[in-house]
Write a protein that binds this ligand. Sequence first.
Ligand code: ADP
Ligand code: MG
Length: 261
Amino acid sequence: MKKNSVMTGASPSAEPIVRIRGLRKSFGSHVVLNGIDFDVLPSQVVVVIGPSGSGKSTFLRCCNGLEQPEGGTVEICGRTLVQDGRMLPDHDLNALREEVGMVFQSFNLFPHLSVLDNVTLGPRKLRGLSRKEAEERAQALLTKVGLAHKALAMPASLSGGQKQRVAIARALAMEPRVMLFDEPTSALDPELVGEVLQVMKLLASEGMTMMVVTHEMDFAREVGDVVVVMDGGGIIESGQPATIFTNPTQERTRSFLQAVL
Ligand code: ADP
Ligand code: MG
């Protein structure tokens, strides 16, 4: 089932949950983002594709304050994260990060904590939940990602696909309003990719707002509401998956798709 979105009937007047204007970021003299404008509507799944080095990760990292842009505006969940290249003060930045979950290529679980403790840590420390409340929430999320039976396991004993599903449960435990995924399946053996994409599909069907950098083109086609193509630090085109995959307007999109499909 498709969720609410521009393409599937959300009110066209829905306020964007992410609003980006003129976003610029350089590392030294290397311009990595050259002035990006983009909106994400509530419950949309935006899939970001493009060649390596095109700025996809930097774009995502600018959306939760992991990178400081030098220009432009980023508004997310009703807060202004960056205005004219100036970042929110630390205190507000932390509050915002609680609303924006992020899942990386390299799971980043705490290796010395059990699966359950990985998932309960944030809600206990940052949201003030009691251990009991946090564990109830964690158990429900571990059930959702198919890992209820691994609550007491240590991360080292899990497969890559299981680790990534724990990382997703951990992010969800903070009850984020937006989830960012940066190549969540790129580090996985091919046979483990499907179980992670399945969980992401479930989240999408529940209406989670998601920005997903991935090379999984079938996922982009099936689950994406909008596909954004980046190249050379900018968005070269964006649109519905069917359009981007079958009838792209840019030659650079065509050659990228030819290389990956
Ligand atoms: P992608 O995710 O599309 O592969 P990135 O956003 O990781 O692209 O990187 C875009 C460009 O910015 C690349 O040329 C990369 O080398 C450069 N870059 C990314 N992070 C840094 C950094 N911390 N310091 C210097 N250059 C960086
Ligand atoms: Mg990247």
